[in-house]
Design a protein around this ligand. Structure first.
Ligand code: URP
Ligand code: ZN
Ligand code: ZN
Length: 530
């Protein structure tokens, strides 16, 4: 009862806040290149989506969805509304929660350059592809989390959809530990990423990893890892250069799957030692996936996130004779040889892996060419924020590997649950934010750099076609994508604070108590007096 009252209060606050932010954002209506001008989309404070199949992770039904002021008010058949309400006909189509991408890098400084999609162009691309929220990684400034957070707050001012932040931890001292608490208690961050690779820049060692895991646990925050053995990668890179292999294929050869498997296993064991939940980002190989499967089978709380590139591509592109074509596929961990993709799909369909990200981190051809003579200098990262929803549908649902409800779970709901923002996000329920897509399973999509909305000039999925199409995207109750037209405005997006202690922390204290009592120590010994 108290919980429902709190939720109602929370909703009233949201309604007030969202109407305030709407009136503010109307002042920012300078549309970007390639995007139509509008005032926060086809604005209507009241919307009725009629006759579609409404899909949640737990259930699907034919129903109408009524939206007022950015919030879903009712989900039921045959809702009657006055004439001034905007109608969208969804007959024969799916009405689903907008996608939530748990893993992006917009406007990130990395490898001597900056990703070309910023918070406006990256999010515009996302909306055209049916993703309505993403969680981006804040990189500390000179090790300072507070300075990093402030820098990303500025970058995100031009947002046109909602977003949250993870925080990377790149060094360790008392001030980082203190700032982690500030991030969780004051800034709405509930996850910290540790890079086990990128030696000499972002990489941390096992001592830091352990201290970081302990701190995450004490704050109820989720520890995330980029799992590759960075020392071995460094040696692998030297080996390739000594062998005269300087092109993009050297990237994959220098960091084989065994190094991803080793780091994944190590991170899992250290998380077990600390007894804290672990989230493994961009799982790219059978080796890493099997470590996650083993840990989950033993009861350990480990989440595995494959990314679209790893699910639908193999490494053949890296051997392309054209440098730029090959370089566009360079990301870490690398896209693996054929076989890993299918195994990751199977793991996703059986619940061994839980949700799909993109690791959207794009550099244009000029930036990729920094590594023309040495693959170690090719900025690492690929696109995916616009393509994820279509490719996951085509690869997983259209192929018969998962149901439509599972599709909603792995593209939206599970992310909202893990990062503790469900059911505000990730659901079509009364009270949830009106972040909604209308998806036509009988239509089709085709991907090309010539028509995508990202600022980059290449696309790793160039020419790919498939079944299904996001026909309408609604974000915060505003129609921003319809009839292949995008109407977005910088400044419309909101920062979503994510509270600590998600469901993954349930039972952690009990397991700790059990461990403590299992020790049968210290043994009481009596000192001999003779
Ligand atoms: O190649 C990648 N993955 N670039 C982005 C940084 C990261 O490791 O997530
Ligand atoms: Zn990473
Ligand atoms: Zn990443």
């Amino acid at each position: 009862m108290a919980h429902s009252l709190l939720y109602l209060l929370f909703l009233s606050f949201l309604l007030l806040f969202s109407s305030l932010s709407h009136s503010q954002s109307d002042q920012f209506c300078d549309a970007g290149v390639g995007y139509s001008e509008s005032t926060c989309g086809i604005s209507s404070s009241k919307l009725l989506i009629k006759g579609g199949t409404v899909v949640n992770a737990h259930h699907q039904q034919i129903a109408d969805v009524y939206v007022e002021d950015g919030i879903i008010v009712a989900v039921q058949p045959n809702i009657k509304v006055p004439d001034d309400v905007t109608l969208l006909d969804a007959t024969g189509k799916y009405v689903m929660p907008g996608g939530i991408d748990p893993h992006t890098h917009l406007a990130m400084e990395f490898m001597g350059t900056e990703t070309i999609d910023d918070y406006f162009s990256g999010q515009a691309a996302a909306l055209a592809g049916g993703t309505t929220m993403h969680i981006d990684f804040v990189i500390p400034v000179n090790g300072s989390l507070v300075a990093g957070f402030e820098a990303y707050e500025k970058k995100a001012k031009k947002s046109c959809m909602d977003y949250g932040f993870h925080m990377a931890i790149t060094k360790w001292d008392e001030s980082v530990s203190r700032e982690m608490e500030i991030m969780v208690k004051e800034k709405g961050i509930n996850s910290f990423k540790f890079f086990m690779a990128y030696k000499g820049s972002l990489m941390i060692n096992d001592e830091l990893l352990l201290q970081g895991f302990e701190r995450c646990k004490s704050l109820g925050a989720l520890a995330m890892v980029h799992a590759e053995n960075g020392d071995a990668v460094f040696e692998g890179q030297k080996r390739m250069i000594e062998l005269g292999i300087t092109g993009p294929e050297g990237h994959a050869l220098s960091r084989p799957a065994v190094l991803e498997g080793e780091a994944t296993a190590r991170a899992i064991r250290l998380a077990k030692f600390v007894n804290t939940p672990l989230y493994v980002v961009h799982v790219m190989s059978i080796d890493a996936m099997e470590e996650i499967a083993k840990a989950r089978k033993s009861g350990q709380k480990v989440i595995g996130e494959p990314v679209v590139s790893g699910l639908v591509l193999n490494d053949s592109g890296l051997w392309d004779p054209e440098f730029i074509t090959a370089a566009k596929y360079v990301m870490s961990p690398p896209i693996r040889e054929a076989g890993h993709d299918k195994a990751l799909q199977a793991a996703l369909s059986t619940g061994v892996l839980q949700l799909v990200g993109t690791d959207h981190c794009v550099f244009n051809s000029t930036q990729k060419a920094f590594g023309i003579d040495d693959f170690r200098k090719i900025p690492n990262g690929v696109n995916g924020i616009e393509e994820r929803m279509h490719l996951v549908w085509d690869t997983m649902v259209e192929s018969g590997q998962i149901s439509v409800t599972d599709y909603v779970r792995i593209t939206s709901t599970e992310c909202a649950r893990i990062f503790n923002i469900y059911p505000r996000k990730g659901a079509i329920l009364a009270g949830s934010d009106a972040d909604i897509i209308i998806f036509n399973p009988n239509s089709s999509f085709e991907i090309s750099a010539s028509s995508h909305h990202s600022r980059t000039d290449t696309n790793i999925y160039e020419g790919r076609k498939g079944k299904g199409k996001v026909e309408v995207t609604i974000v915060g109750g505003r129609v921003v994508w319809k009839d292949d037209e995008l109407k977005v405005v910088p400044g419309c997006g909101k920062y979503i604070e994510m509270p600590p202690l998600s469901y993954l922390f349930n039972g952690i204290d009990k397991a700790d108590a059990k461990y403590r009592s299992s020790l049968k120590a210290p043994v009481k010994r009596f000192k001999s007096t003779s």
